[in-house]
Design a protein around this ligand. Structure first.
Ligand code: ADP
Length: 484
């Protein structure tokens, strides 16, 4: 895969069903994090481009897209899902080159994107209102209606998956979307736009404006013609986006990351847990909102878990995305500096084990060694802040109450898991843990497009995935008829 394999125009925006030049006349450079080389130039969309995109989206709502029935929209999403699958290898290679994720992980993201389109395409004609018993002489019912134009600001870590879960659901409900991908990785967003065109998605239903967050992103969140904003990214930018949306009083969905724990109790099946304990921390080089960066272990199993996790860490191979090893590079040198800053602050902690960077990994790649710390105090900065790198901390606990206190003792609340044979404990903890998703004797459930996902506290609010996403991308109208 090289820049010659890119079949769409990376120096244009996709607006109103066509590839158009940016008003800015400027480009940004896209870097391959595996080797530090420039992949290609990408368009630097600006406020005027966002204006055109919102106008095109509004027009699509008045034209054919806005008049389509739910089954018709679903059929287009199915076609798009099939096209995504037909292009699995190409899309996976684009994502691997752009994001730095190992090919196997990139392929899984393509399948997930297709699954979102299938799920939402098939679910949308099952979304309906209800009738409500009311006073004598009345019939009352509810209608689920689209918001209108939806804005989607997505990060660089899982572009395809997040496009699927957010844009897929918005389109299914009949909204017209304006997507601002991340400046660090936007190739698959542009590829998706081209596949949507091929699938027959009407002009303007999906518009993609790459560019900088402070320019195109901010313009999108401030635009009065946008009726809903969904954002996945950092806490700091999430706050800015909520504040911008407040100016136009529009709803926002914020998915802002976490410090998700896995709790390993004395009666846990440690052998079964092991791959989940490690993979949930190092997948996508730890650059995952729902990464499990804290492993809480009962003191009776502590030494065993530390030594077994450490053995796995010592076998981890880090290298270029196309070599498809366990861990790829981080997204950028900037991210590498951030992660190294945390490792610096971890000096003095006990390092249980580290992974290895392969000898042929290019020196300009953004590689860091996966690092496992043990015996970490729950209030240490490495146990409190989101690192967004392949770094996990193991924290001992002595009883269930302490485990819950530690698990809930960060400002985040995205995902948690409980490893225990006790059904009663599983049920108790499922209620007590502060998280949008709790997994019992597993972690992540393979991504699960069917499973509502979102956070509490600094992890954000609103739910995506599953039927909840379709409710979130629509609004409820109550109709009360008096007929005597
Ligand atoms: P990270 O720190 O992980 O790169 P960010 O939260 O900065 O994550 O970026 C996530 C997305 O938000 C990207 O598409 C980025 O361009 C966008 N973004 C950044 N700043 C702003 C902003 N002020 N307004 C709107 N979008 C923004």
């Amino acid at each position: 895969m090289s820049s010659e394999d890119i079949w769409f125009d990376t120096r244009r925006c996709f607006i109103g069903g066509a590839w158009v030049e940016s008003d800015s006349g400027e480009d940004l450079e896209l870097t391959n994090p595996s080797n530090g080389k420039i992949i290609c130039s990408i368009v630097r969309g600006n406020t005027a481009d966002i204006e055109r995109a919102v106008t095109a989206a509004s027009k699509a709502l008045e034209d054919s897209w806005g008049r389509m029935t739910a089954p018709e929209r679903g059929r287009i999403l199915f076609r798009l899902g099939q096209l995504v699958l037909d292009n699995t290898e190409t899309l996976a290679r684009l994502e691997a080159m752009d994001v730095g994720k190992p090919l196997t992980q990139a392929r899984a993201d393509v399948i997930a994107l297709a699954r979102y389109l299938e799920f939402y395409g098939g679910a949308v004609d099952k979304v309906h209102g209800e009738t409500i018993p009311y006073l004598d002489g009345y019939t009352v019912y509810t209608l689920r209606e689209r918001h209108g134009v939806t804005g989607h600001i997505i990060p660089w870590n899982y572009p395809m998956q997040i496009i699927g879960r957010s844009v897929g659901a918005a389109l299914a409900m009949g909204n017209a979307a304006v997507l601002k991908p991340a400046e660090e990785a936007c190739l698959t967003a542009l590829a998706f736009a081209d596949l949507a065109r091929q699938a027959g998605l009407p002009a303007g239903a999906l518009n993609v404006v790459p560019g900088l967050g402070a320019e195109a992103g901010a313009a999108l969140t401030q635009h009065p013609g946008v009726q809903h904003i969904s954002f996945t990214g950092s806490v700091g930018v999430g706050k800015l986006i909520q504040a911008a949306a407040a100016q136009n009083v529009v709803p926002v969905t914020l998915e802002l990351g976490g410090k998700s724990p896995q709790l390993v109790f004395e009666d846990a099946d440690v052998e079964k847990a092991l791959p989940f304990l490690v993979n949930a921390g190092i997948q996508n080089a730890g650059q995952t909102c729902s990464a499990s960066s804290r492993i809480l272990v009962h003191s009776s199993r502590y030494d065993e878990v530390v030594s077994k996790m450490a053995a796995r860490y010592r076998n981890l191979q880090v290298g270029p995305a196309m070599d498809d090893l366990d861990v790829g590079p981080l997204i950028s040198q900037r991210q590498k500096t951030i992660v190294e800053g945390f490792l610096e602050r971890g000096k003095g902690l006990e390092v249980a084990a580290e992974g290895d960077i392969t000898s042929d990994a290019p020196s300009d790649g953004a590689y860091v060694r996966p690092t496992l710390y043990s015996g970490v105090s729950p209030d240490h900065v490495l146990a409190q802040q989101e690192i967004f790198g392949p770094v996990q901390v193991i924290i001992p606990f002595s009883d269930e109450e302490e485990a819950v206190r530690i698990a809930n003792g960060t400002p985040f609340g995205l995902v948690a898991s409980v490893w225990s044979d006790s059904g009663a404990r599983q049920m108790r903890l499922a209620k007590k843990l502060r998280a949008g998703q709790v997994f019992l004797n597993n972690y992540g459930a393979g991504g699960g497009v069917e499973l509502p996902f979102g956070g509490a506290g600094l992890s954000g609010h609103g739910r995506e995935k599953g039927f909840e996403a379709l409710y979130g991308f629509s609004t409820l109208k109550t109709v009360a008829a008096h007929h005597g």
